[in-house]
Design a protein around this ligand. Structure first.
Ligand SMILES: Cc1ncc(COP(=O)(O)O)c(C=O)c1O
Length: 459
């Protein structure tokens, strides 16, 4: 079918994620056709360097034949197996065991989902069930971070701390609350990591005290906030939050949908900080985007409390047709093998300092006010005035211009509406590809700076 026909069909029939419907109709779809390593090719034949791993998920890079073979083998042997009625499949059981072995502490029990939103939704449901099971039914309030992202399920989107996901959806719910983001660049304690951590801990304590600790179920956070603009809290923040949750008697849920599987270094970002959350949610890098899958990992304590509550044999009414899908699980097993035996985690560790240097070097650019990163998750924040950190006026639509310039320079990254540029190169990047990434980002920034109205705004 011709590209033009596809564009018409897309406009008429395919609803895209998180878009303005009318703007998308005007822009039209950019059709992606194939991927190879760190590169994507569109239907017009353009070869683009993917500096965002799809949607921070294709951590292995594209075209990993061993993953394709694992999926094909599983699909021809057993394409589907339910986990209802005590059934299961070998790859799902093996993947659950491998994750439990690698996850921090006693996170030994895995519920598989289709992605991150339903992993978060499952966490919320299990937390609710848990408190009812241990006869603390009043603990129903949930706290999360401003700028946090916890997907778009009808409850999880309320924990998300980004206004676009609340507007006209009647969210957040009455039992969902937010505290300020530990955002070093824009926090009043930003220059002093210890003060920022103390301030964040105080925010959590105050919020729990305001609600009453007996009423609070859990605090949800990403170890590094992704969709909120790659906000990297100081090292030690997560540990301090863990301790605070213990002190206050509330659960800690670490949403590692982006940060896990080598994106920020080790398999779990919580492990890097020596933190054991009560629940971890994961997705994306779990299958590197080759098949849909997420996971909710829960501690022995939560699992056993739920298990022991129903002595009359009543079922825990949570599950889905595609939970623990055998093809996704087979993909997950091979992806995990590539991270570990295939050397991808080691390569990520090797190239992360080059990534950091490249981001830091761009601080010299007139548009760049901040550069931040952990592992292969990074951002540049563009500001009109570096001294005052004044953002660009939204009417300039700088992010739209950057997006256009990046396409012209054949590089894909995320330009958030508040002019934060997000980067998540695949763990397979070579040094040359990393150099190309920064060459193309620099060219894209230079191109935007050539616009007179942009130049006039820069202090
Ligand atoms: C931290 C976090 N949680 C949850 C989600 C939702 O995952 P999904 O889009 O797979 O539903 C995302 C997606 O970006 C995420 O970054």
């Amino acid at each position: 079918m011709s590209i033009d026909n596809l564009k018409v069909l897309d406009r008429n029939h395919l609803i895209h994620s998180v878009t303005n419907f009318r703007t998308h109709e005007q822009n039209g779809v950019s059709i992606l056709e194939k991927g190879e390593g760190a590169y994507l090719f569109d239907a017009d034949g353009n070869k683009m360097l993917d500096a965002f791993s799809g949607l921070w998920c294709v951590n292995t890079g594209y075209g990993q034949q061993s993953i394709v073979d694992a999926a094909a083998e599983q699909m021809s042997r057993l394409p589907y197996a339910t986990t209802y009625f005590d059934y299961g499949s070998e790859p799902a059981i093996r993947l659950a065991a491998k994750l439990a072995e690698r996850a921090p502490g006693s996170l030994n029990h895995v519920f598989f989902t289709q992605g991150g939103s339903d992993a978060v939704d499952s966490a919320i449901r299990y937390v609710t069930h848990y408190y009812n099971a241990i006869s603390k039914p009043r603990k129903k309030q949930f706290i999360a971070l401003e700028r946090g992202y916890h997907g778009t399920s009808s409850v999880g989107a309320g924990l998300t701390g980004l206004p676009a996901f609340h507007a006209k959806f009647d969210l957040p719910l009455e039992n969902q609350h937010h505290i300020p983001s530990p955002y070093p660049y824009r926090h009043e304690c930003g220059d002093d990591p210890a003060a920022l951590i103390a301030s964040s801990v105080l925010d959590l304590r105050n919020k729990v005290n305001e609600l009453g600790a007996d009423n609070v179920a859990a605090f949800f956070c990403e170890p590094i906030q992704g969709s909120g603009g790659v906000i990297v809290p100081p090292v030690g923040w997560l540990k301090a939050i863990r301790k605070t949750c213990n002190d206050l008697g509330i659960l800690l849920v670490a949403d590692e949908v982006i940060t896990a599987f080598g994106r920020t270094g080790p398999l779990f970002a919580s492990s890097a900080e020596d933190v054991e959350p009560d629940i971890i949610t994961a997705a994306k890098g779990l299958t590197a985007g080759y098949a849909p899958m997420g996971a909710t990992l829960m501690s022995d304590a939560i699992y056993n409390a739920i298990a022991d509550a129903d002595t009359n044999g009543a079922v825990v009414g949570h599950g889905t047709t595609y939970s623990a899908h055998p093809v996704s699980a087979a993909v997950g097993l091979e992806v995990l093998r590539l991270y570990e035996e295939g050397g991808l985690l080691a390569n990520a560790e090797r190239i992360a300092p080059i990534f950091e240097d490249g981001l830091q070097a761009l601080l010299q650019h007139p548009l760049v006010g901040d550069a931040r990163q952990r592992g292969l998750l990074g951002a540049l924040e563009l500001v009109a005035d570096k001294d005052t950190k004044r953002p660009f006026d939204t009417s300039l639509q700088l992010n739209v211009r950057i997006q256009k310039a990046s396409f012209e320079n054949r590089i894909i990254f995320r330009a958030f509406p508040d002019n934060i540029l997000g980067f998540a190169p695949a763990l397979c990047y070579s040094e040359d590809e990393m150099a190309l990434l920064f060459e193309r980002v620099q060219k894209s920034l230079d191109a935007v700076l050539e616009d007179i109205d942009v130049r006039e705004c820069v202090a």
